[in-house]
Design a protein around this ligand. Sequence first.
Ligand code: SF4
Length: 433
Amino acid sequence: MKIAESLRDRWELIKVGDPRTLEGAKRALVQRFGDVLRAVAGAREGDPARGRTAAYGPFFEIAVTEPSYPVRLAIAQEMGAGGDAAFEALREKFPLPSRHERPDKDDPWVQYEEAFRHEREEEHRWREECLRKHPDYDKARDAYLDFEKTGARTRGRIWRQFVMRAWLVPMMVGSVGEKHRAQARERLQIWLGHLEPEQSGSHRADLPLYLAHRLGVRNFSMLVSHVRVPPAIEAIMRSPGCRVQAFLAAGHVCSVMGLGEYPELARRFKVPVVVTGFEPLDILEGVRRTVRQLESGEHRVDNAYPRAVRDEGNPAARQMLAEVFEITDRAWRGIGTIPGSGWRLAPAWRAYDAEHRFRVTDVTTEEPAACRSGEVLQGLIKPHECAAFGTTCTPRTPLGATMVSSEGACAAYYLYRRLAHRTDRPEEATPVG
Ligand code: SF4
């Protein structure tokens, strides 16, 4: 146990120059450690080592701090092969369905969402505190930066803990003996309930595809309509009469995809591309940097959101995307089909593809004739220049995509317009993403 705790406490300090060498060494260490734990668990009666398997606890905690996907998977496999000893040491991480008034409290997905939301609220509270204390933006940002880095680490740990649990639950069912099999199955059932929305009462199949696959669940499908930004930028810039002079690139997209696809677009179309976050100050900073470039005749990619976005994005997430999705043409409401502007599930994941399984490829959505969202998206008109804006088209009765989402231009104009005669609060659009 002491060795396991010492390893856990020093794990984040283990660093060498070459990430592959480090990853290989860690995996070898993990496998050796797994062997030792199983040997200890199987020690003979009377051997002082027998039963000392609480070390699976620190082993689990190591996985939660480990950034490398293959190393985490190796830890899960070693623990998952640990049988009864691992199950006994880790069962508190996989609580049984609750007998008390809030059965959902023991639901891993609910626990994950609550932990994530709590962390977000803490970060938001601290951000507000910084802004209140330091009216000067630069000072507020400096005060907030360290806290935000810690917050990002904490969110990463919450997610990794959730994924580890998802991996381990089915592995445990296969590795425990008769003594614990029923309990292990019961825990698995809680997870599977999310893939049977009616049975679980959640009325939504909400486990991500990747986890569903790890759980070996097959009665689960997704209708994928994800889009890619760079082809859309290219289509907009090529459209006749285009008046767009610059782009604020969405920080959340870039935090995964990185900046690699933008320099060529900025150069080719002579437009600044500034990566921004979503807080009011982030947007203002993005606009300020954009205007500066336009005034000085520059057109380059500028990352105004470095606290979340690295040039290379998130390689682990991109690796997962590359594995699960492939590029396809996508029809954009109000614009039409843009080649290569969407993602669909890759052939290996076809079994989960609702389009493939239920043959709904021919279903299309026509924008009402009154809707001019295509022109809004291309910067040809402003939302309030559409005759339906605020009359027949509102966030509660949206006619087009740009009014449906709170991020859409029409919804944003509706929400934040300044009308002297208005006394009521504007309706809220549905948040997405
Ligand atoms: S206001 Fe409504 S109808 Fe007009 S462009 Fe926007 S979404 Fe379409």
